[in-house]
Design a protein around this ligand. Structure first.
Ligand code: PLP
Length: 401
């Protein structure tokens, strides 16, 4: 960033990290303290119970540790698998790709189901592959619930049904990094075995905490797991966490931030958080339609409520829109990744966000597109989103108050 002062707020609309509410910033502003004191468990123990509510689980066991989402991917695999184990994974975007790559680097054999980017996991193909695996060599199915690179949400309940219908014992590993605490995620009901998230998206915190929920079935497989692990060994957590402690020095401000984040989520109500994300996503989609543009997500069934990946017209570079938005309007939009580089820009609509903030981002996207030569009628997307916002979640909230 240049040295010139930029007045006003930066509009952060990348799909993570998301805006950190003032309340959380203040809650994290704490002096350091003894993390082995007899008072410390008062802070930590409720975090596990409350995170279980976010995962929507009774029996799952939550692990909270210093890492970003990538470390949580790694921990979920190394704690439950041995080198040479076979996993099945659909690939339909940069994050599903990176997770597969990480698994392979740990010596796991991943059978990849290629799906077109803009679509998601195919329960039918998963069922077919599992039915064909008569000797149950496939130990797990890895699915990214919300592919942040393309703005696609997959149907995890349907994937669970596919595993059950095939009568297959594979564990279900789900990346919920850009869905958990923003899009409905039901650990118990969907029979998820390992759910992975990070702190910097729906939880509205800075990056720095990996959070994993482990099913009883997955816990039972931990003992035989031979993948190398040390810092991420869940066994060390399970020894120390029940007393309210950690196997190493915890990231204190982030734990205080998590305390506040959970309070905020429960004050709004998890259901209302999901409804708000749906509502904001609908407004964004109305704007995209009014601009005459297309989403990367091919059909409504794939539409994500946390991120919209918007295709720029032929002959334009999405990176130019993003650069213009950032330099001229102080608006941060998400880039196209890997095979989508230059073809799209992304608007993250998750976390601590309301209608007017989003309208600001839509206006900025509109102005930036026009500045680089994309023909958009000024105000068209903003007007469409406004129409969509009339009524909806905001009115329901007011009626309830
Ligand atoms: N999975 C998904 C769906 C993501 O969106 C991201 C990051 O954006 C990751 C995993 C990786 O997380 P991190 O960047 O926190 O390591």
């Amino acid at each position: 960033m240049s040295g010139a002062r930029r007045p006003g707020r930066n509009f952060l609309f990348v799909p993570g990290p998301t805006n950190v509410p003032e309340r959380i910033l203040r809650a994290m502003h704490v002096p350091m303290e003894d993390h082995r004191s007899s008072d410390f468990p008062k802070l930590t123990l409720p975090l596990y119970e409350d995170m279980k509510k976010v995962f929507q689980t009774k029996d799952g066991q939550v692990v909270i540790f210093p890492s970003s989402g990538t470390g949580a991917w790694e921990a979920s695999l190394t704690n439950t698998r041995s080198p040479g184990d076979k996993l099945l994974a659909p690939r339909f975007g940069q994050f599903s790709h990176l997770w597969i790559d990480l698994a392979r680097r740990h010596g796991l054999e991943v059978i990849v189901q290629e799906e077109e980017w803009g679509t998601g996991a195919s329960p039918e193909r998963i069922e077919e592959a599992l039915r064909a695996d008569k000797n149950h060599e496939i130990k797990g199915v890895m699915v990214v619930h919300n592919e942040t690179a393309t703005g696609v949400t997959s149907d995890i309940a349907a994937v669970r049904r596919a595993i059950d219908v095939a009568n297959h014992p594979a564990l279900l590993y789900v990346d919920g990094v850009s869905s958990i605490a923003s899009i409905d995620f039901r650990f118990d009901e969907w029979g998820v075995d390992l759910a992975i998230t990070g702190s910097q998206k729906g939880m509205m915190l800075p990056a720095g905490l990996g959070i994993v929920c482990v099913s009883q079935k997955a816990l039972a497989q931990m003992e035989g797991a031979k993948c190398t692990k040390a810092y991420f060994d869940f066994a060390d957590h399970f020894r120390t966490n029940p007393g309210g402690y950690f196997p190493y020095t915890p990231a204190l401000p982030l734990l205080y931030g998590l305390r506040e984040s959970l309070a905020i989520v429960f004050e709004e109500g998890l259901e209302n958080v999901f409804a708000r994300h749906r509502h904001l996503a609908s407004g964004t989609r109305a704007a995209v339609e009014a601009w005459g543009l297309k989403l990367c997500a091919k059909e409504p069934k794939w539409y994500s409520d946390t991120v919209s990946a918007i295709m720029v017209p032929e002959g334009f570079d999405g990176a130019d829109v993003i650069d213009r938005a950032y330099r001229r309007y102080d608006l941060a939009l998400g880039a196209g990744l890997s095979q989508m580089a230059g073809k799209l820009f992304r608007i993250g609509h998750l976390g601590d966000l309301n209608e007017l903030m989003l309208l600001g981002a839509l206006a900025g996207a509109e102005m930036s597109m026009r500045d680089v030569g994309i023909e958009i009628a000024p105000g068209s997307g903003v007007a469409a989103a406004q129409e969509c916002f009339r009524g909806g979640a905001g009115e329901q909230r007011m009626a309830a108050e």
